[in-house]
Design a protein around this ligand. Structure first.
Ligand code: PSV
Ligand code: MN
Length: 430
């Protein structure tokens, strides 16, 4: 039996916060009404927003130097699901989980599906893993997977991705996300064009196995584990591959996978324009693929990305339906707390973008009024939309203050008693 947070604890905690929340909500309602915005419309949209939890994010992360395991870490996908259910019960915006195979492989996928059903969770994009060797694996990925010079290694990587599609079908998923670590560490080590040709040929085989109602998402990353060149190093190679593969193939943007200071919101706009935006892995970073909590460092960048996304919604852009997902590594926090905070941070960026005065912005842009265009965005960004987020959670039975309610529940210590520490303190980015 999964340990769930009692609904009565959530409602008790909420009742002590509701009067103050209603005051703040009414004040914000009056403020927004002055600019013609109906707060209830925004709150309804906030309540409809959802973002997937990465199964691997529920465990404590690490770096290549060390990992410091946390108390009560989930030991398998069933326990990861329990933690995801807690996150969703409190946050009410994370009803889906994105699994990573073979990390989350089980013998009986029917049982796994029944468990997720019983917890009220659904499955988001399936992630394949050909960036590390698995025990007993015949061909090594040391020199790459889908672009390996060895045909046998490439075939093995293709077969794994096709197997992932099969597991995804059993779980009711409709997307396969492919990220590979293929690349090189030395100038001259790899023939760029031949390696890309091999990658594309392998991807075509996976694409051919994709059900007609599925999408395949390609994730780019500038470097790491390869430190000189990476096969899909940026959105350019990504969209080229996605265009080559076909309509069901789109690009996925992980916020930590770009050169510092890259204009990610502009990349997003380009992908939207060419109907190639598949989805996101949200996280934040200062130096590289830091996998810090979403919005913890660059909330304005996250808002500007949502400004593009809401603009596409506003313009009713065709074929626009990106998947939102977190992809973070929690090294010093309780992963449940970080994931709840991060989901709310992304939801906040969405809500802030919803209150941008788009007619005014469009006019300022057409009149080249740079200052007022910029101020229009800043005005929306600086309005504190917290009461909208809290009210959206409350309206769905979630917690007005998810972190406080979670701490009050004593969940971590409770599961800690039945989940002995993995003791795994070795290195490893997860
Ligand atoms: C690679 O750094 C990445 O962002 C990909 O999404 C992987 O699937 C994930 O992290 C987990 O290693
Ligand atoms: Mn990612």
């Amino acid at each position: 039996m999964a340990y769930r947070i009692d609904k009565s604890l959530i409602s008790d905690q909420n009742s002590s916060l509701l009067v103050a929340l209603q005051d703040d909500y009414d004040a914000l309602s009056n403020k927004l009404a002055r600019t013609g915005i109906d707060i209830d419309v925004i709150t309804r949209k906030a309540a409809e927003f959802s973002i997937a939890i990465p199964s691997w994010g529920t465990g404590t992360g690490g770096t290549r130097f060390a990992r410091f395991p946390g108390e009560g870490e989930p030991r398998n996908i069933f326990e990861k699901l329990e933690d995801c259910a807690v996150i969703n019960d409190l946050s009410q915006c994370t009803p889906s989980v994105s699994p990573h195979f073979p990390w989350d492989k089980v013998d009986d996928f029917t049982e796994l599906k029944q468990r997720s059903d019983s917890l009220g969770l659904v499955w988001d994009s399936i992630n394949s893993n050909t960036f590390q060797d698995q025990p007993g694996q015949q061909h090594s990925y040391k020199y790459g997977s889908l672009s390996n010079t060895s045909e046998a290694a490439r075939e093995q990587a293709v077969a794994h991705n096709i197997e992932c599609i099969g597991w995804g079908k059993a779980l009711g998923s409709k997307t396969l996300t492919v990220w590979v670590g293929d690349g090189s560490n030395h100038p001259g080590q790899q023939h760029f064009q031949s390696a890309f040709e091999r990658y594309l040929a392998s991807m075509k085989k996976i694409y051919a196995a994709l059900p007609s109602d599925w999408e395949m998402h390609i994730e780019h990353k500038m470097f790491e584990p390869a430190f000189y060149s990476t096969i899909i190093q940026d959105w350019g190679s990504n969209i080229l591959a996605a265009m080559e593969l076909g309509e069901q193939c789109k690009s996925l943007v992980d916020l930590g996978h770009h050169a510092p200071n890259a204009n990610i919101e502009m990349i997003v706009s380009r992908l939207i324009q060419f109907k190639k935006l598949g989805g996101f892995h949200f996280n934040d970073s200062k130096y590289g693929d830091d996998d810090l909590d979403s919005g913890s460092l660059h909330p304005y960048q996250q808002f500007l990305i949502f400004n593009e996304l809401v603009d596409a919604e506003y313009r009713k852009q065709a074929e626009f339906n990106p998947n939102y997902m977190l992809d973070q590594s929690h090294n010093v926090t309780d992963p449940i707390e970080s994931l709840m905070n991060s989901a709310a941070s992304v939801q906040r960026s969405y809500v802030s973008a919803l209150i941008v005065n788009r007619e005014a912005l469009g006019e300022y842009q057409m009149n080249n009024d740079a200052l007022m265009a910029s101020n229009t965005l800043k005005e929306a960004f600086t309005i504190d939309v917290s009461p909208i987020l809290a009210m959206a959670r409350h309206s769905k039975g979630g917690a007005i203050d998810p972190i406080a309610t979670y701490r009050k529940s004593n969940y971590r210590a409770t599961v800690g008693a039945v989940r002995p520490s993995s003791g795994g303190n070795g290195s490893g980015i997860v």
